[in-house]
Write a protein that binds this ligand. Structure first.
Ligand code: DGY
Length: 327
Protein backbone atom coordinates (compact mmCIF):
# COMPACT_ATOMS: atom_id res chain seq x y z
CA UNK A 1 0.00 0.00 0.00
CA UNK A 2 1.41 3.42 -0.85
CA UNK A 3 1.91 5.72 2.09
CA UNK A 4 0.69 9.35 2.12
CA UNK A 5 3.42 11.89 1.44
CA UNK A 6 4.24 14.62 3.90
CA UNK A 7 6.72 17.49 4.08
CA UNK A 8 8.38 18.57 7.34
CA UNK A 9 9.17 22.17 6.46
CA UNK A 10 11.76 22.84 9.20
CA UNK A 11 14.23 20.86 11.27
CA UNK A 12 12.63 18.78 14.04
CA UNK A 13 13.73 16.22 16.64
CA UNK A 14 15.11 13.24 14.66
CA UNK A 15 12.93 10.72 16.51
CA UNK A 16 9.82 12.64 15.40
CA UNK A 17 10.92 12.03 11.80
CA UNK A 18 11.36 8.33 12.65
CA UNK A 19 7.81 8.24 14.06
CA UNK A 20 6.42 9.98 10.98
CA UNK A 21 8.30 7.61 8.66
CA UNK A 22 6.32 4.70 10.13
CA UNK A 23 3.20 6.16 8.50
CA UNK A 24 4.32 8.41 5.68
CA UNK A 25 6.78 8.96 2.88
CA UNK A 26 8.58 11.87 4.52
CA UNK A 27 10.50 14.72 2.91
CA UNK A 28 12.22 16.80 5.57
CA UNK A 29 14.27 19.96 5.88
CA UNK A 30 16.75 18.91 8.58
CA UNK A 31 19.24 21.41 7.12
CA UNK A 32 16.69 24.08 8.15
CA UNK A 33 17.04 25.96 4.86
CA UNK A 34 14.93 29.12 4.61
CA UNK A 35 12.59 28.56 1.68
CA UNK A 36 10.92 31.33 -0.27
CA UNK A 37 7.13 31.00 -0.71
CA UNK A 38 7.77 29.71 -4.26
CA UNK A 39 10.26 27.13 -3.01
CA UNK A 40 7.73 25.99 -0.39
CA UNK A 41 5.09 25.58 -3.12
CA UNK A 42 7.60 23.60 -5.13
CA UNK A 43 8.43 21.30 -2.19
CA UNK A 44 4.72 20.78 -1.48
CA UNK A 45 3.90 19.34 -4.91
CA UNK A 46 2.33 15.91 -4.42
CA UNK A 47 2.39 16.22 -0.60
CA UNK A 48 -0.80 15.57 1.38
CA UNK A 49 0.43 16.96 4.67
CA UNK A 50 2.92 19.48 5.95
CA UNK A 51 4.39 20.14 9.38
CA UNK A 52 4.94 23.89 9.60
CA UNK A 53 6.24 26.29 12.20
CA UNK A 54 4.96 29.85 12.54
CA UNK A 55 7.35 30.88 9.74
CA UNK A 56 5.60 29.27 6.76
CA UNK A 57 2.72 31.26 5.30
CA UNK A 58 -0.20 29.12 4.14
CA UNK A 59 -2.54 31.27 2.05
CA UNK A 60 -4.93 31.07 -0.88
CA UNK A 61 -2.13 31.39 -3.45
CA UNK A 62 -0.21 28.47 -1.94
CA UNK A 63 -3.35 26.36 -1.54
CA UNK A 64 -4.33 26.98 -5.17
CA UNK A 65 -0.88 25.81 -6.28
CA UNK A 66 -0.84 22.70 -4.02
CA UNK A 67 -4.05 20.78 -4.83
CA UNK A 68 -2.94 17.58 -3.06
CA UNK A 69 -2.52 19.27 0.33
CA UNK A 70 -5.02 18.08 2.95
CA UNK A 71 -3.55 19.15 6.30
CA UNK A 72 -1.12 21.75 7.67
CA UNK A 73 0.01 20.96 11.21
CA UNK A 74 1.56 24.00 12.87
CA UNK A 75 4.15 23.39 15.58
CA UNK A 76 2.95 26.48 17.46
CA UNK A 77 -0.15 27.54 19.32
CA UNK A 78 -0.29 30.81 17.34
CA UNK A 79 -1.43 30.41 13.73
CA UNK A 80 -1.35 33.85 12.19
CA UNK A 81 0.76 32.28 9.41
CA UNK A 82 -2.42 30.46 8.34
CA UNK A 83 -5.21 32.03 6.29
CA UNK A 84 -7.80 29.93 8.08
CA UNK A 85 -10.86 30.92 5.99
CA UNK A 86 -8.91 30.13 2.80
CA UNK A 87 -7.84 26.75 4.25
CA UNK A 88 -11.40 25.90 5.28
CA UNK A 89 -12.71 26.94 1.85
CA UNK A 90 -10.07 24.71 0.21
CA UNK A 91 -10.98 21.76 2.49
CA UNK A 92 -7.56 21.83 4.15
CA UNK A 93 -7.32 21.00 7.85
CA UNK A 94 -5.33 23.40 10.04
CA UNK A 95 -4.03 22.30 13.43
CA UNK A 96 -1.95 23.97 16.15
CA UNK A 97 -0.37 22.90 19.47
CA UNK A 98 -2.49 24.31 22.32
CA UNK A 99 -2.07 23.44 26.02
CA UNK A 100 1.30 21.69 25.79
CA UNK A 101 3.19 25.01 25.94
CA UNK A 102 0.98 27.01 28.29
CA UNK A 103 2.99 26.74 31.52
CA UNK A 104 6.40 27.01 29.82
CA UNK A 105 5.32 30.14 27.99
CA UNK A 106 3.81 31.64 31.14
CA UNK A 107 7.12 30.93 32.95
CA UNK A 108 8.96 32.80 30.23
CA UNK A 109 6.55 35.74 30.30
CA UNK A 110 7.24 36.07 33.99
CA UNK A 111 11.00 35.67 33.49
CA UNK A 112 10.98 38.44 30.88
CA UNK A 113 8.91 40.65 33.17
CA UNK A 114 11.41 40.14 35.99
CA UNK A 115 14.47 40.67 33.77
CA UNK A 116 12.93 43.88 32.44
CA UNK A 117 11.74 45.31 35.74
CA UNK A 118 15.02 44.47 37.51
CA UNK A 119 17.23 45.48 34.54
CA UNK A 120 19.05 42.16 34.58
CA UNK A 121 20.50 42.06 31.05
CA UNK A 122 21.51 45.73 31.18
CA UNK A 123 23.34 45.09 34.47
CA UNK A 124 25.04 41.97 33.08
CA UNK A 125 26.31 43.85 30.02
CA UNK A 126 27.71 46.53 32.35
CA UNK A 127 29.50 43.93 34.46
CA UNK A 128 30.88 42.01 31.46
CA UNK A 129 32.15 45.28 29.97
CA UNK A 130 34.31 45.73 33.08
CA UNK A 131 32.45 48.89 34.11
CA UNK A 132 31.66 47.81 37.69
CA UNK A 133 34.00 49.71 39.97
CA UNK A 134 31.93 50.39 43.06
CA UNK A 135 28.54 50.05 44.76
CA UNK A 136 26.18 52.96 44.17
CA UNK A 137 22.81 53.64 45.83
CA UNK A 138 20.89 53.85 42.54
CA UNK A 139 22.93 51.45 40.41
CA UNK A 140 20.48 49.60 38.14
CA UNK A 141 17.63 50.46 40.49
CA UNK A 142 14.53 49.06 38.83
CA UNK A 143 10.88 48.50 39.62
CA UNK A 144 9.41 46.20 42.25
CA UNK A 145 7.44 43.18 41.14
CA UNK A 146 5.96 41.99 44.45
CA UNK A 147 2.90 44.01 45.37
CA UNK A 148 2.83 45.81 42.00
CA UNK A 149 -0.15 45.89 39.64
CA UNK A 150 0.15 43.29 36.90
CA UNK A 151 -1.87 44.08 33.76
CA UNK A 152 -2.60 41.37 31.22
CA UNK A 153 -3.98 42.07 27.75
CA UNK A 154 -5.41 38.82 26.37
CA UNK A 155 -6.56 36.41 29.07
CA UNK A 156 -6.43 32.99 27.42
CA UNK A 157 -4.59 30.01 28.87
CA UNK A 158 -1.16 31.68 28.89
CA UNK A 159 -2.52 34.95 30.28
CA UNK A 160 -4.19 33.01 33.09
CA UNK A 161 -0.89 31.23 33.82
CA UNK A 162 0.88 34.56 34.15
CA UNK A 163 -1.91 35.93 36.35
CA UNK A 164 -1.60 32.96 38.73
CA UNK A 165 2.17 33.38 38.97
CA UNK A 166 1.77 37.08 39.74
CA UNK A 167 -1.09 36.79 42.21
CA UNK A 168 -0.07 33.65 44.09
CA UNK A 169 3.72 33.87 43.82
CA UNK A 170 4.36 37.59 44.09
CA UNK A 171 1.28 39.04 45.78
CA UNK A 172 0.55 41.21 42.76
CA UNK A 173 -2.78 42.87 42.12
CA UNK A 174 -3.90 41.43 38.77
CA UNK A 175 -6.08 43.30 36.28
CA UNK A 176 -6.84 42.16 32.74
CA UNK A 177 -8.63 43.09 29.56
CA UNK A 178 -9.89 40.53 27.08
CA UNK A 179 -12.48 40.26 24.29
CA UNK A 180 -14.80 38.73 26.89
CA UNK A 181 -14.76 38.64 30.67
CA UNK A 182 -13.77 35.31 32.26
CA UNK A 183 -16.30 33.41 34.36
CA UNK A 184 -16.25 34.18 38.08
CA UNK A 185 -14.58 30.87 39.06
CA UNK A 186 -11.64 31.40 36.66
CA UNK A 187 -11.29 35.02 37.77
CA UNK A 188 -11.16 33.81 41.38
CA UNK A 189 -8.46 31.19 40.56
CA UNK A 190 -6.38 33.88 38.88
CA UNK A 191 -7.30 36.54 41.48
CA UNK A 192 -7.84 38.75 38.43
CA UNK A 193 -10.19 41.65 37.90
CA UNK A 194 -11.62 42.61 34.47
CA UNK A 195 -11.08 46.26 33.48
CA UNK A 196 -11.41 48.37 30.33
CA UNK A 197 -8.38 48.64 28.05
CA UNK A 198 -7.96 52.30 29.07
CA UNK A 199 -8.00 51.36 32.75
CA UNK A 200 -5.49 48.57 32.10
CA UNK A 201 -3.09 50.95 30.36
CA UNK A 202 -3.41 53.60 33.07
CA UNK A 203 -3.10 51.31 36.09
CA UNK A 204 -0.61 48.56 35.20
CA UNK A 205 2.90 48.74 36.64
CA UNK A 206 3.82 45.81 34.40
CA UNK A 207 1.72 45.15 31.31
CA UNK A 208 2.03 41.74 29.61
CA UNK A 209 0.63 41.17 26.11
CA UNK A 210 -0.65 37.66 25.43
CA UNK A 211 -3.37 38.25 22.83
CA UNK A 212 -3.48 36.55 19.42
CA UNK A 213 -2.38 38.56 16.37
CA UNK A 214 -5.10 39.49 13.88
CA UNK A 215 -6.06 42.50 11.80
CA UNK A 216 -8.01 43.68 14.87
CA UNK A 217 -4.98 43.46 17.20
CA UNK A 218 -2.49 45.02 14.74
CA UNK A 219 -0.75 47.87 16.61
CA UNK A 220 -3.05 47.40 19.62
CA UNK A 221 -0.20 49.12 21.45
CA UNK A 222 0.98 52.23 19.60
CA UNK A 223 1.86 55.80 20.53
CA UNK A 224 -1.61 56.71 21.93
CA UNK A 225 -1.70 53.61 24.16
CA UNK A 226 1.89 54.06 25.36
CA UNK A 227 1.07 57.67 26.26
CA UNK A 228 -1.63 56.40 28.62
CA UNK A 229 0.80 54.19 30.57
CA UNK A 230 2.69 55.20 33.72
CA UNK A 231 6.18 56.61 33.10
CA UNK A 232 7.45 53.94 35.51
CA UNK A 233 5.67 51.09 33.70
CA UNK A 234 7.18 48.14 31.85
CA UNK A 235 5.67 46.51 28.76
CA UNK A 236 6.21 42.81 27.98
CA UNK A 237 5.31 41.27 24.60
CA UNK A 238 5.35 37.47 24.31
CA UNK A 239 2.39 37.37 21.89
CA UNK A 240 3.26 38.31 18.32
CA UNK A 241 5.15 41.02 16.49
CA UNK A 242 2.78 43.56 14.98
CA UNK A 243 0.65 43.81 18.12
CA UNK A 244 3.07 46.53 19.22
CA UNK A 245 4.09 49.37 16.90
CA UNK A 246 7.86 48.84 17.32
CA UNK A 247 8.80 52.32 16.05
CA UNK A 248 6.37 53.99 18.47
CA UNK A 249 7.65 51.77 21.30
CA UNK A 250 11.28 52.67 20.59
CA UNK A 251 10.34 56.37 20.69
CA UNK A 252 8.44 55.89 23.96
CA UNK A 253 11.41 54.08 25.54
CA UNK A 254 13.86 56.71 24.29
CA UNK A 255 11.72 59.56 25.64
CA UNK A 256 10.91 57.82 28.96
CA UNK A 257 7.19 57.72 28.19
CA UNK A 258 7.45 54.26 29.79
CA UNK A 259 10.42 52.91 31.75
CA UNK A 260 11.31 49.67 29.99
CA UNK A 261 10.15 46.85 27.72
CA UNK A 262 10.80 43.13 27.36
CA UNK A 263 10.20 41.78 23.86
CA UNK A 264 10.28 38.19 22.62
CA UNK A 265 8.49 38.96 19.33
CA UNK A 266 8.96 41.66 16.69
CA UNK A 267 7.38 43.15 13.61
CA UNK A 268 9.08 41.48 10.62
CA UNK A 269 11.14 39.09 12.79
CA UNK A 270 13.81 37.77 12.65
CA UNK A 271 14.70 41.38 11.80
CA UNK A 272 14.61 43.66 14.83
CA UNK A 273 14.10 47.39 14.31
CA UNK A 274 17.45 49.19 14.75
CA UNK A 275 15.81 51.79 17.00
CA UNK A 276 15.09 49.01 19.52
CA UNK A 277 18.59 47.55 19.22
CA UNK A 278 20.04 50.96 20.09
CA UNK A 279 18.26 51.17 23.46
CA UNK A 280 19.45 49.83 26.81
CA UNK A 281 16.04 49.86 28.54
CA UNK A 282 14.68 46.98 26.50
CA UNK A 283 15.33 43.25 26.99
CA UNK A 284 15.31 41.46 23.63
CA UNK A 285 14.96 37.69 23.09
CA UNK A 286 14.55 35.76 19.81
CA UNK A 287 10.99 34.34 20.09
CA UNK A 288 11.88 31.65 22.64
CA UNK A 289 8.93 31.77 25.06
CA UNK A 290 8.05 28.11 24.44
CA UNK A 291 11.66 26.98 24.14
CA UNK A 292 12.34 24.29 26.70
CA UNK A 293 13.31 20.87 25.41
CA UNK A 294 10.33 19.04 26.98
CA UNK A 295 7.86 21.60 25.65
CA UNK A 296 9.34 21.81 22.15
CA UNK A 297 9.26 18.00 22.10
CA UNK A 298 5.60 17.99 23.18
CA UNK A 299 4.80 20.55 20.47
CA UNK A 300 6.56 18.47 17.79
CA UNK A 301 4.81 15.30 18.97
CA UNK A 302 1.40 16.96 18.90
CA UNK A 303 2.00 18.35 15.40
CA UNK A 304 3.14 14.89 14.22
CA UNK A 305 0.15 13.23 15.88
CA UNK A 306 -2.17 15.68 14.12
CA UNK A 307 -0.73 14.53 10.78
CA UNK A 308 -1.08 10.86 11.75
CA UNK A 309 -4.48 11.48 13.34
CA UNK A 310 -5.90 13.01 10.20
CA UNK A 311 -4.14 11.35 7.26
CA UNK A 312 -4.22 7.84 8.79
CA UNK A 313 -7.22 7.89 11.16
CA UNK A 314 -9.33 10.78 9.69
CA UNK A 315 -9.30 12.41 13.14
CA UNK A 316 -7.10 15.48 13.72
CA UNK A 317 -6.43 16.05 17.43
CA UNK A 318 -6.52 19.85 17.62
CA UNK A 319 -8.22 21.23 14.50
CA UNK A 320 -8.69 24.97 14.09
CA UNK A 321 -11.14 25.13 11.20
CA UNK A 322 -14.73 26.02 11.94
CA UNK A 323 -16.40 23.97 10.57
CA UNK A 324 -13.78 21.23 10.23
CA UNK A 325 -13.73 20.30 6.53
CA UNK A 326 -13.71 16.60 5.82
CA UNK A 327 -12.61 15.65 2.34
C1 DGY B 1 3.63 29.69 19.52
O1 DGY B 1 3.48 28.52 19.83
O2 DGY B 1 2.76 30.36 18.97
C2 DGY B 1 4.96 30.27 19.77
O3 DGY B 1 4.97 31.64 19.61
C3 DGY B 1 5.97 29.60 18.86
O4 DGY B 1 7.07 29.25 19.59
Amino acid sequence: MTQPKILVARAVFPDVLVQLAQHFEVTSNQADERWTPDQLIDKLQGQQGVLTTGSERIDAALLGACPDLKICANMAVGYNNFDLPAMTAAGVIATNTPDVLTETTADFGFALLMATARRITEAEHFLRAGLWSNWRYDMFAGADIHGATLGILGMGRIGQGIAKRGAHGFGMKVIYHNRSQLDAATEAQCKACFVSKDELLKSADHLVLVLPYSAASHHAIGAPELAQMKPTATLINIARGGIVDDVALAAALRNQVIAAAGLDVFEGEPRVHPDLLALSNVVLTPHIASATLPTRRAMANLAANNLIGYLINQQPLTPLNDPVPFV
